[in-house]
Design a protein around this ligand. Structure first.
Ligand code: V47
Ligand code: SF4
Length: 397
C-alpha cells in the first residue's frame, strides 16, 4: 500500500484547516503540540497520517530499513506481578506449569548460539525473588566472560525497581553495578501506559510511570542507551497515548538516550483482558504513523513483527517505521502465549531481507547501537570487522 505524498496533502483544499496546519509544520520540520497530537488521533485519517509519517521517515532514513540478529532469553514465564494484560501473571498460582531457569540453564542457552552470527541477547521475563541483584550481576558477568562481543540488552525498570529495593541499593548505585557487570543497554519493556488512571488498572503494583522514566534517565546519564515501548489498544484513550509519548519526548529532550520507540499492540489471548477487543490493522498503522510524527526527537520507530504479523510489519514501513525486530528464532513466548498468530519459529535473515525488499525498501543489518553491519548488496562496512562471522557476507538477490 502506497501512502500519498505530503505535497498531495498540502494541496488538498478539502482538508480541515487545523490538519493543513499540522501538515505544514511537519513539512517544515517543526514539532507538533500535545493538542495537535490528540487531533491526529481523533481526526487524522490513515492516508493523511501515513503521508506525513512517511515523509518524516524518508527524510530521516530514505529507504533504509534496519534489523538486527538477536535472540531472546526468558529466565522465567512466572511472575509475581499481576498485570491484567499479561499471560505470565496467571501462572503464579500454578507455578509448576511454568519454567524457572537456573544460572546454568541460562548459560547453556547462551552457549547454543556460540556458532551463530548473533550480535545481541535480549533478556526479558517474569519477576521472581530468586532473580535478584546478585543473580543478574553474576549472569551478566558470566555472559560477558563467555562471549565478550555479545551485546547484553536486558531487563526493564520493572525488574530493576524490584531487585534494587530488595537489595537495598539506590537506583543510581544499582544501575552503576549493572553497567559494571556488563549490561550494555536496556530494552523498552515495562512502560505499558504511564498515566496512573490506566497503569493502576492494568499494571498495578509494579514500578510507576515516573519510576520507569527515572531509571532510564539514570541509565542515560551513565552514557548508555535504551529503548521505549507503549502498550496500546486496550482500555486506554487517545489522551493517555499522547501523555505517554509526551513524557518520553520530554525525557529524550533532556538526555537523548533513547534509540527507538516500539509501539506494542495489545493481544488478548490467555490473560485477564480477553474480553477487550484488539485494535484493527488500520488503528495499528495510524498509531505507528502518529508515533513517528509526534516523537520528532526519536531517531527510529520499530515494528515488532512477531506481534503484528509479517504483512502489517511490511505495511508499517510506509507508515513511519524504519526498523523491524528481528530474526528471532523462537518467536518469543510472551506473544505466542498472548495470542499472536505468528507461531512459526524464526524468520531467517534471508526471509527478512526479502520481506523488506518486496515493499521497495533497502534492508540493512545493524548492531544494537545502529552501527551498520551490512546491506546484503555487497558493500563491506568498516564496522563488520567487529563482528565474528561477518567478513564473507552473502549478497542476497
Ligand atoms: O512490557 C505483555 C508486553 C513487553 C502483552 O526494546 C504484551 O527492543 C501485547 O518490551 N499483548 C515486553 N504486549 C516486550 C518488549 C520488547 C519487545 C521487542 C523489542 C523490545 C526492545 C522490547 O511485552 C511488556 C508488555 O508491554 N506485553 N503482554 C500482551 N498480551
Ligand atoms: Fe510480570 Fe511483566 Fe507480565 Fe507484568 S507484564 S505480569 S511485570 S512479566
Amino acid at each position: 500500500m502506497a501512502t500519498p505524498s505530503i505535497d498531495t496533502i498540502l494541496l488538498d483544499k478539502t482538508l480541515a484547516p487545523e490538519l493543513q496546519q499540522i501538515a505544514q509544520k511537519v513539512q517544515q520540520g517543526e514539532r507538533i503540540s500535545e493538542a495537535e497530537g490528540l487531533l491526529l488521533f481523533e481526526k487524522g485519517e490513515l492516508a493523511y497520517v501515513g503521508a506525513l509519517a512517511n515523509y518524516i521517515r524518508e527524510q530521516k532514513h530514505g529507504n533504509r530499513t534496519y534489523f538486527n540478529r538477536n535472540f531472546h532469553l526468558e529466565p522465567t514465564n512466572v511472575c509475581l506481578y499481576t498485570c491484567t494484560f499479561c499471560s505470565y501473571s496467571r501462572l503464579i498460582k500454578k507455578r509448576g506449569e511454568g519454567w524457572e531457569y537456573t544460572m546454568e540453564d541460562m548459560l547453556d542457552i547462551i552457549k547454543k548460539y556460540d556458532d551463530e552470527p548473533v550480535t545481541e541477547v535480549h533478556i526479558v521475563g517474569g519477576v521472581l525473588p530468586q532473580y535478584d541483584l546478585k543473580f543478574y550481576t553474576e549472569l551478566f558477568q558470566n555472559i560477558r566472560a563467555h562471549r565478550p562481543d555479545l551485546h547484553i540488552k536486558a531487563l526493564t525498570p520493572v525488574e530493576y525497581h524490584y531487585i534494587f529495593k530488595k537489595g537495598k541499593v539506590s537506583y543510581e548505585e544499582g544501575m552503576r553495578l549493572m553497567k559494571e557487570a556488563g549490561l550494555n543497554s536496556m530494552p523498552g519493556g515495562g512502560a505499558e501506559i504511564f498515566h496512573p488512571e490506566i497503569r493502576d488498572q492494568i499494571a498495578g503494583g509494579k514500578c510507576s510511570g515516573e519510576e520507569w522514566l527515572r531509571i532510564h534517565e539514570i541509565w542515560h546519564e551513565l552514557g548508555m542507551r535504551s529503548n521505549a515501548t507503549m502498550l496500546y489498544g486496550h482500555i486506554e484513550e487517545f489522551k493517555h497515548r499522547i501523555h505517554h509519548m509526551e513524557e518520553l519526548r520530554k525525557l529524550q529532550d533532556k538526555t537523548g538516550g533513547f534509540q527507538t520507540f516500539i509501539p506494542l499492540k495489545f493481544r488478548n489471548k490467555h490473560n485477564q483482558m480477553s474480553h477487550v477487543p484488539e485494535s484493527t490493522t488500520v488503528e495499528d498503522l495510524r498509531n505507528y504513523a502518529i508515533s513517528r510524527i509526534y516523537l520528532d526527537n526519536f531517531e527510529h520507530i520499530k515494528a515488532y513483527w512477531p506481534m503484528i504479523g509479517r504483512t502489517t510489519a511490511q505495511l508499517s514501513l510506509t507508515f513511519g517505521v524504519d526498523d523491524i525486530d528481528g530474526t528471532i528464532d523462537d518467536t518469543t513466548k510472551i506473544y505466542t502465549m498472548a495470542g499472536s498468530e505468528e507461531q512459526t519459529p524464526a524468520l531467517s535473515t534471508e526471509q527478512l531481507v526479502k520481506l523488506i525488499r518486496s515493499v521497495g525498501r533497502q534492508a540493512i543489518e545493524r548492531d544494537t547501537l545502529y552501527n551498520v553491519v551490512t546491506d546484503f548488496e555487497g558493500h563491506v562496512f568498516e564496522d563488520d570487522k567487529k563482528f565474528r562471522g561477518y567478513t564473507a557476507l552473502p549478497v542476497l538477490n
